[in-house]
Design a protein. Structure first.
Length: 135
């Protein structure tokens, strides 16, 4: 008979990690950060919009509505991990900052999404590269 091992490393335990990354936690230690970025006057090129700090968990970044813009991810030294150097990549999972980011861009007219379970081990900048300048 197979038995599960919980995050507490006990055979037969059903203890799980909460959204904050705490084994057996109830989510009460999380500091939730929410917001809507409404800027639409982007410079040509890459525009920093958000800094994901070290230790971030349960990261969800998504467009409110579809645009012609693309998300990119880079570190503090300016090295791009996703959609950098004027290249647009296919949707995929990619290991960045000690965690797996899921990059979703399904079809035209669907919002772009970035997700990561975390925790992150380095600061990551979320960047927007406009496909064309918006007014």
């Amino acid at each position: 008979m197979l038995q599960a091992v919980g995050c507490d490393k006990v055979l037969g335990s059903v203890t799980k990690v909460d959204e904050c990354g705490v084994c057996g936690g109830d989510g009460s230690s999380c500091r939730v950060v929410k917001g809507i970025f409404e800027e639409d006057n982007f410079e040509v090129g890459y525009n920093d919009i958000l800094l994901i700090p070290v230790g971030a968990t349960s990261v969800l970044i998504q467009e409110v509505q579809p645009t012609n813009n693309y998300f990119a991810l880079r570190n503090a030294a300016g090295v791009f991990y996703l959609n950098g150097n004027w290249r647009i990549e296919f949707p995929r999972e990619i290991k960045i900052a000690g965690t797996i980011f899921q990059y979703e861009r399904r079809q035209r007219n669907t919002p772009e999404v970035l997700r990561a379970r975390g925790p992150t081990i380095e600061p990551i900048f979320v960047v927007v590269r406009p496909n064309k300048i918006q007014n």
